[in-house]
Design a binder for this molecule. Structure first.
Ligand SMILES: [Zn+2]
Length: 149
């Protein structure tokens, strides 16, 4: 099965089975499940989600498309417009893949949050605190030595 790319702004209401609808405007890709069940598969593009490669003719999506929420539970890769089927996943494997995706997303947002807001100031505060402790310590040392002289 080959999925032909179609670049659109809005995803049409009626989807063609053999088309991969790409909306750069909304940063998302939509297609009908490759198994033929008719379900709509939405793969949002983003650093913690899907990424797209376009060679001028066909599209590849990464990572794979796992439709765990559909009855068909199909799992496949889209490589250069071709659907490459993965083996049927067991319940355990599905749980694992889902957890990995969740952790990846969590990791991404945590890095983003710490880097942008409190990550750097906190380090400065800690350094400042250590520095003032050191000053007090040295001052106490001087007082103690003076006392002995
Ligand atoms: Zn399906």
């Amino acid at each position: 099965m080959i999925l032909r790319p179609e670049f659109v702004k809005y995803i049409p209401k009626q989807l063609d089975d053999s088309v991969l609808y790409v909306s750069m405007h909304f940063g998302t890709v939509v297609h009908r499940c490759a198994c033929g069940c008719g379900e709509e598969v939405v793969t949002p593009l983003g650093p913690a989600e899907w990424s797209l490669a376009y060679d001028g003719r066909s599209i590849s999506l990464a990572p794979s498309v796992g439709n765990w929420n559909f009855r068909c539970r199909s799992h496949y890769w889209i490589e250069e417009g071709r659907v490459r089927w993965a083996h049927g996943f067991s319940e355990d494997e599905i749980a694992l893949v889902r957890q990995e995706a969740r952790e990846r997303r969590m990791g991404y947002y945590q890095t983003k949050r710490s880097g942008r807001t409190w990550g750097f100031p906190r380090t400065d505060d800690e350094r400042g605190l250590k520095w003032s402790f050191w000053k007090i310590f040295r001052a106490l040392g001087r007082i103690w030595r003076r006392g002995k002289e």
